[in-house]
Ligand binder design. Structure first.
Ligand SMILES: Cc1ncc(COP(=O)(O)O)c(C=O)c1O
Length: 398
């Protein structure tokens, strides 16, 4: 990424750069890790993490499924050409109409709420439909400090510990043409530790035994770490899951994973240019045409992996790199570096997950996205949004 300054200098900033080969290699490495252990495995790419259409095209070309969590995402998956039986439909906000369409068309629907059970019971099913059920286990109790919700607990799925899951399973069993075929175990975890997935595997096996379920797939959801390490992290997760399933005698059960961040984060960078410099009594401010809102929408990051072009030597100076917006807190990082000059470029790496999908329309509209293909050429895969794109679909009186 560092050596092609002159080509990058041709790109219109601010922009995201999608390194297609990195993304595809991540998918290939994950698939290899799964194939080592499980004959029956599926990768369902998490649309919510980054749903750039060019990226979704590569997901499809690499035989991955679409993992979607809303009607809009379901329709996007269809629009991108995913077959209905290659769409995993999760989440608590499904609409009734799309839910029923997904069931009839053979999508892998994982139910998350009682209203979905009612919708199912209101349907006349001509043939047996395999259904998944989202399980809510008290992971925080089993592995304190590992969940992102901590003491507040997670709200998705049916609680195993308080009997809600059992109740839901009984209600589903009333429907003659429903077979509970998948357990969906995703829990939003804070540590990305392999022990989380061992715990989920153990819990899934216990539920199968206790409820007498004959399950084809355990779906572990997402929340993995990975990318940029030749698949080492993916292997560790898959081995941890496999060893636990062996211990429980369920290693022949199929496995679904729904990666987002672990495959997409390393495949995007964000390119900006220095537009101005300011010295105040408080310090040296470097103004750029990028914004923190594009790469850190929750304003949580402290540091970045970044490259700067061209190379500059000289004494280090403490500089505050700022974004273009008129918000004082649009400050991207504070760094000691040789002084930046107007026109210099700063490229922030590993910014592909949960950044673009949260990009705001505050004072300037969505930035360009370029992709770098295997032919080493940069192509625009999304134009910058201007006023035309901003006002599309709006109505007002003249
Ligand atoms: C059900 C489900 N699957 C997959 C993912 C993707 O997770 P990540 O992007 O952390 O891999 C999420 C994220 O919250 C999720 O809720």
């Amino acid at each position: 990424m560092e050596n092609d300054y002159s080509e990058k200098n041709e790109l219109q900033t601010p922009c995201f750069v999608f390194y297609e080969d990195v993304f595809v290699q991540n998918l290939v490495n994950l698939k290899k890790a799964l194939n080592r252990r499980f004959c029956n495995n599926v990768i369902g790419y998490s649309f919510k993490t980054n749903s750039l259409p060019r990226l979704l095209q590569l997901v499809k070309e690499n035989d991955c499924y679409a993992e979607v969590v809303s009607d809009d995402e379901y329709l996007l998956a269809e629009e991108m050409g995913f077959r209905n039986n290659c769409i995993i439909f999760n989440g608590p906000v499904k609409g009734e109409q799309i839910f029923k369409k997904a069931i009839v068309n053979g999508s892998l629907v994982n139910i998350d709420s009682t209203r979905e059970i009612e919708w199912l019971n209101s349907m006349t099913l001509e043939k047996t439909v395999g259904i998944g059920i989202r399980v809510n286990i008290d992971l925080e109790k089993m592995l304190p400090g590992h969940t992102s919700t901590g003491e507040n607990g997670g709200r998705f799925g049916f609680s195993y510990e308080n009997g809600e899951l059992h109740k839901a399973i009984c209600q589903l069993r009333h429907q003659p043409n429903i077979k509970i075929d998948r357990l969906h175990m995703h829990i939003s975890n804070a540590t990305k530790s392999a022990s989380v997935y061992q715990c989920l595997a153990r819990a899934a096996c216990e539920i199968m035994e206790v409820e007498g379920l004959d399950i084809s797939f355990i779906d572990f959801g997402g929340g993995f770490f990975g990318g940029g390490d030749d698949g080492a992290a993916y292997n560790r997760y898959v081995d941890a899951i496999y060893e636990t399933l062996v211990e429980c005698g369920h290693e022949k059960t199929g496995v679904i994973v729904e990666p987002g961040a672990s495959v997409v984060a390393t495949s995007f960078s964000y390119l900006t240019r220095v537009t101005d410099k300011k010295k105040t009594t408080y310090g040296h401010f470097v103004l750029t045409d990028g914004t923190r809102m594009h790469i850190d929408p929750f304003f949580r990051k402290q540091t970045y992996s970044f490259n700067r072009f061209p190379h500059r030597s000289g004494n280090e100076l403490l500089q505050v790199i700022c974004g273009f917006t008129c918000m004082e807190n649009d400050r991207i990082m504070k760094i000691s570096e040789p002084e930046f000059e107007i026109g210099d470029m700063i490229e922030y790496n590993i910014v592909g997950s949960y950044s673009m999908c949260f990009n705001s329309l505050f004072i300037s509209y969505l930035p360009y996205v370029y992709s770098l293909g295997s032919d080493n050429l940069y192509r625009i895969v999304r134009i910058k949004w201007g006023v035309k794109e901003y006002i599309q679909g709006n109505r007002w009186l003249f």
